[in-house]
Structures are given as structure tokens and as C-alpha cells.
Write a protein that binds this ligand. Sequence first.
Ligand SMILES: [Zn+2]
Length: 326
Amino acid sequence: MKLSKRLPITIFCSCFFCIQIFAQNFEDIKRYKVSFALATGANQKLIALRSFSANNQKYLLLVNPETLDTKVDLSSKYATSSLQFQNVLAIFKNTAYIKSIEAAAAKDLQLQNAGIDHAIPNEKGITLTIDLCPSHKALDRIIFQSVFDEFKKIEQPAPLAISVSGKWMLKHQDDLNWLKGLVEKKELNITWVNHTYNHQVNKLPLDENFLLAPGTNLDIEVLENEKLMLKNGLIPSVFFRFPGLVSDKAIVGKIEGYGLIPVGSDAWLAKGQQPNAGSIVLIHGNGNEEIGVKDFIQLLKTKQADVKNKQWLLFDLREGLEKEFE
Ligand SMILES: [Zn+2]
């Protein structure tokens, strides 16, 4: 009933921006929980990862297991049958989604940089990931502007992934709106990656730091961050980046139990790691990593001719994994 009452408003104000707001800004989310289900509707077989209510409607967060695309949709549009996560792994074992989860699990023993760290083998270019850990400083907008300037005639919108923390979102509404504006103008195509709500860091050794710190509540770190993303109009992807890239075998298993794929990096520029073909490049865009930003701008400069000749491209994390595991 509510929808039909509201429909005239969207027709009245039919600009793209307003429809987006109408469709995907969830102010008052209730009963947000992990609930795996096979969701069939509109000729598609999707996997429901989360369910929640908002505006007196029931919603699902869904993933297409072939393309890794996620969306939020009214649950009434789908026939659902609940699944345990183990069943999801078994039923969808031949999809890019489950193959990516398994590839990430195969690298779960190391203390740093577990998960997928190299997206597309033998391709000319990289996948760019930008982390927004909590920070008092402004967003390094130059990163995004430079990507757009270099790639506008080659790839538009240019794909990149942003790992966003809750505490960054809370303090940087203007910067977040600016990023959303770039997506609306089709300048960038952003994959939003969960980077935890609090992103705690302490002075202890790595095996007791970040998410491995005693007292960490994973439900808060994962689910509260997703709720905040949804409240801000961001659709959570199936990707997760560990704060500090620090994890152990047990926590990788727990994160995968939320249906998420840990994404590492084989080219953290500020640490002097050089990108090669298919690298997942990591830079911080939160004002705290001047060297990484400088290195990235320099990298773009050296690749300018290759970009023009389409010999050095940016790859969407989702498409890269879809291609690798098709
Ligand atoms: Zn971080």
C-alpha cells in the first residue's frame, strides 16, 4: 500500500537522483540479519544473504552468484527457501561466487593479506582498491579525479573498489556525497567493500590487533557497517577487506560465514610493492597515506600512453573474478 501511495511522488519528481534516493536509502532498518536463501524471481536464481525491514516492507540483500553483483530488493518479488551456509557452498559450488570464497579460504593461514590478492590473470591492467579507514583528514579527492581524467575516453565509468569503514562514513558525509555524485554522473563505477564499523587498531602485536584484538564483536563490525552503508545509499558488495589486512584462519572462516569474500592486495603501493598485470592495488584515500597517493598518481603518469592504447586498463573486481572462474 505504501508503495502505491508513494508512486505519484516518484513520477512527479522523476530525476535519476530522486528515484535512487526513493529506491535505496534505508533510514530505519529493523531486524537486519544474516539469512541465506535461494531466491527465485524474474527468471533469476539469486542467493539472499541478508533480510531486513524498512518502511514497513521486507527486503533482501541478494547476490548473483555468476556475476557477483549485489542488489537490495523487496522480498515479496522472490520465492525463497532458506539454506545453511554449507548448503550454499555445495549448491553453488560451480559459480564464480563460491569459487572466489574457496580461493580466498585457500590463503587463510597467513597473518597479513589473506584472501584474494590478484584478480585477473594475464590481463593488461589492475584492479584499484582504495581504503577509507577512520580519519580526521579529508578524502584525497585527487585520486578519483585523476582516475576519471585519465580514463574518461577509455573506460567510462571507470571501475574501482572502495573499502569503507563505519567511522569514516560518520565523519565524512560531504566526501561520501561527493563520491556518490561521481557514480550518479557515471564518472566512476564504485564497488563498495565492507571495511568494518570501528576499524579498531591498538599497539599490540598483529596477532592481537585489528579484528584479532580481544573483545572484537564481529556482528557489530560486519552487520552494523552494512546497515550504515545502506542508510547512506551504498549497496554492500560481497567483498570484505580486513583492517590492516590482518587476519587468522579462524576469522577468515567467520567472515566467509557471513557470505563475504576477503580481498587482500599484492600491490600496497605505500609499502613499495610494485603492481603487475592483474594486481589488486591498494592505496589509502583517507588523507593518511601521502606516499601511496603520490605513487599512484605517478603510476598513472607512467602508464598514460598504455592507457590511451588500451594496454593498461582498470578492472572491476567482480568482473575479474567472474572471468577467472567462469
Ligand atoms: Zn583500513
